[in-house]
Design a protein around this ligand. Structure first.
Ligand code: SF4
Length: 456
């Protein structure tokens, strides 16, 4: 750094950023010799002259930034107050990273507390649009939803994080453009709730994350380790749900699930893991009804006859299928936002059109998010037997019931829980995003291992 450091008293990093913008203007034919920075804290406006030394330094920073693209991310700052205002804190995760690396404390030193740097919950809305013929569009800065009978609802665009369209709902091109510009994803689902696809902004960033994902996929040991961790976490979370909610579940059932989870770490191939997962799932589903109370069920009616789908044959299975679909949508959006390829998973088989990575990451969350919502809406009587159409071979949720279920799912995603590793409270939605980010950092070689979420 040279004499430009004192250039009007602005911070050096601010000067470089402003100078880079000035250079862009020059490159596009606009004369640009200085800029101004307004510091809100002390309400001071500072002029920054684009002097030759500042320009040379800015160019050297740009060169260095390009070189760094191919180097691993440096260790974050330790307990720095700068992290609170840093725009990268949600990606950098400074305290979490140092905690997971566990190597920064001097011997005998107490590990620093993980601070509340990243907001633990976002208050943006997921918009669910159902109903044949409903139209969704944009008017100014608002999303408009118009029912076939002309009834209109509007909500500010700035409050929306995602729009989900079920069945034959029409959406305007203007709104899709705006969503893509604003980073709002749009998912398309069938009327029954099966996820068909998603519109999201072009993933121009993070190509290096995808490159690392493909590279690590080629390593059999990495694939196995990840698959083991995923299956173990899923079984332990199933066990926790059963332990907390099952009535009359014998201890030996819980013990068997624990043993199945332990066996995952000694398997030498993914095929054996599939066997363990299937065996544990069968045991779990067998005892699923012990956690259930379905209000209004006809006397003697079996409320759940194992796991069945396409089509589901009873209310519990209809809700489980819908909940898994909503969870898949959540994970898909998080995977794309982080820059990973949703189709390249480590445990689920790669097949054309199958979002194997989404299915991988969903596994530990199935019991604690999806199954848990299903139990809650049925056990509290929010949904009753009469909320379902019962056919001879299939069962589906009625419109009113679907709205109730969407609200319950959103409540679960917003629910604050204590993160078992980091010890702070955050919403399930944030935890899910965090998981995807931690996986991406593992794939980039920044963490020695990836441990999916296991609740206590
Ligand atoms: S959040 Fe990360 S990038 Fe930002 S200041 Fe802290 S350590 Fe640096």
């Amino acid at each position: 750094m040279g004499e430009w450091v004192l250039n009007g008293g602005a911070w050096p990093n601010d000067q470089v950023q402003l100078c880079a913008q000035g250079l862009l203007l020059r490159a596009n034919g606009f004369p640009s010799t200085s800029g101004r920075i307004f510091y809100r804290g002390n309400r001071k406006s500072v002029r920054v002259a684009f002097t030759e030394p500042l320009i040379q330094f800015t160019l050297s920073v740009i060169r260095r930034a390009h070189e760094l693209e191919h180097e691993p991310m440096p260790l974050p700052l330790r307990q720095s107050n700068r992290c609170f205002r840093c725009s990268l804190n949600a990606i950098c995760l400074p305290d979490e990273t140092l905690h997971l690396l566990g190597s920064v404390e001097e011997e005998g030193e107490t590990p620093p507390k993980i601070r509340d740097i990243v907001p633990r919950r976002d208050d943006l809305a997921t918009v669910y649009v159902t109903g044949h013929g409903t139209r969704v569009g944009k008017s100014g800065f608002e999303v408009t939803i118009v029912q076939p009978d002309g009834d209109k609802t509007t909500l500010p665009m700035k409050d929306v994080r995602h729009i989900s369209l079920f069945g034959n709902v029409q959406i305007s091109t203007q709104l899709i453009h705006e969503c893509l510009e604003q980073g709002i994803s749009v998912s398309y689902l069938t009327a029954a709730g099966r996820l068909l696809g998603m519109a999201h902004p072009i993933n121009t960033k993070n190509v290096l994350v995808r490159q690392a994902q493909f590279r690590r996929f080629d390593d059999e040991q990495t694939r196995l380790r990840l698959a083991q961790a995923i299956v173990r976490a899923k079984i332990l979370n199933q066990r926790t749900l059963l332990r907390r909610n099952g009535s009359g579940v014998k201890r030996d059932v819980l013990q068997k699930l624990k043993e199945a989870a332990d066996r995952t770490s000694i398997t030498g191939e993914i095929g054996s893991l599939l066997g363990i997962e299937g065996w544990a799932a069968k045991l779990y589903i067998e005892h699923f009804p012990s956690m259930l109370k379905v209000a209004g069920a006809p006397p003697g009616q079996v409320v759940m006859n194992g796991r069945n789908r396409r089509p589901p044959k009873d209310p519990v299975n209809a809700l489980l299928s819908l909940a898994y679909s909503l969870l898949a949508r959540e994970v898909y959006a998080a995977v794309v936002a982080v820059g990973l390829d949703p189709l390249l998973g480590f445990y689920h088989r790669i097949e054309p059109g199958r979002p194997a990575l989404v299915l991988d990451l969903m596994e530990p969350f199935r019991p604690i998010v999806a199954d848990s919502v299903v139990l809650r809406v049925l056990n509290t009587g929010e949904l009753e037997w009469s909320d379902f159409y019962m056919g001879p071979e299939s069962c589906a949720l009625k419109d009113k019931g679907r709205k109730t279920f969407f609200l319950a799912f959103e409540r679960r995603m917003h629910e604050m829980v204590t993160h078992p590793v980091f010890g702070y409270r955050m919403s399930y939605r944030r935890i899910l995003e965090l998981e995807v980010r931690l996986l991406s950092r593992f794939l980039m070689g920044e963490f020695p291992e990836y441990r999916p979420l296991v609740t206590r």
